[in-house]
Design a binder for this molecule. Structure first.
Ligand SMILES: CCCCC/C=C\C/C=C\C/C=C\C/C=C\CCCC(=O)SCCNC(=O)CCNC(=O)[C@H](O)C(C)(C)COP(=O)(O)OP(=O)(O)OC[C@H]1O[C@@H](n2cnc3c(N)ncnc32)[C@H](O)[C@@H]1OP(=O)(O)O
Length: 191
């Protein structure tokens, strides 16, 4: 059997948070009310909530409901991946305050995640190499020190705002920028 690939897969520098990044103890807001991962407007969405802990750690919770089932009474694996995409992406976006998109996301499913449980997801930064940001997370059942159910690691790639204006919905993006008011101006956005 071959050795598992090393992580991060390339040499990296330590991650330095943006000077205006939220402090430990801060709750992270919903980044877009129609986001399937965190948005309040999405019925059946994941409604993930996140906050900043010490040492560049972000803690997120995903309360699993019947809307998230794959097998009867169990969370759908694809939605668990979505939960990690949201948790990891929220950590990257909010602490670096730069737009970034998921380039690669891999997951290990260690235990079933039942409807009615809450997944406590802890995200850590593993390093940065140019535009590549490496992060990993583990999700524990029903408590921050509960049994590990899912592990994930991901590469996020920082992008300019043109990524969203070229490929996404420009009107919705403008509304989002306006709705964030003064908060939007601290973002490092390279057109
Ligand atoms: C304006 C408003 C301000 C207010 C802000 C508002 C909101 C934001 C707030 C907070 C954010 C909070 C939460 C976010 C929560 C959830 C996030 C969910 C995120 C997603 O759900 S997002 C959707 C899925 N995501 C995609 O839709 C990406 C599709 N994709 C692409 O758009 C391109 O593919 C891209 C851009 C990734 C790269 O394209 P590109 O042309 O820019 O750059 P390039 O290809 O050169 O890659 C650069 C370097 O990354 C390496 N690299 C790339 N991909 C790799 C892979 N898969 N494996 C290994 N290495 C890879 C290359 O090898 C190279 O490495 P090297 O530099 O060493 O050569």
């Amino acid at each position: 059997m071959s050795n598992p690939p090393s992580w991060p897969p390339v040499p990296t520098e330590p991650v330095v948070p943006h000077p205006a990044a939220p402090e430990p103890g801060s709750k992270l807001g919903i980044h877009f009310d129609q986001c399937f991962g965190c948005g309040d407007d999405v019925e059946g969405g994941l409604h993930i909530r996140s906050s900043v802990a010490e040492d560049l750690v972000v803690e997120s919770q995903f309360a699993v409901t019947k809307a998230h089932q794959g097998a009867p009474g169990l969370a759908h694996g694809g939605l668990l991946v979505c939960a990690f995409d949201e948790a990891l992406g929220s950590a990257v976006g909010n602490l670096l305050r730069r737009p970034a998109v998921t380039g690669k996301l891999e997951t290990d499913f260690r235990r079933p995640v039942p409807v009615g449980s809450t997944l406590f997801i802890t995200t850590r930064f593993d390093g940065i190499a140019g535009r590549k940001v490496f992060v990993s997370a583990e999700g524990r059942l029903d408590a921050a020190d509960g049994p590990v159910a899912v592990q994930a690691r991901a590469l996020f790639v920082t992008v300019g705002i043109d990524h969203f204006t070229t490929h996404g919905d420009v009107d919705a993006l403008e509304k989002l920028r306006d709705s964030r008011g003064a908060d939007a101006k601290d973002w490092d956005i390279n057109p």
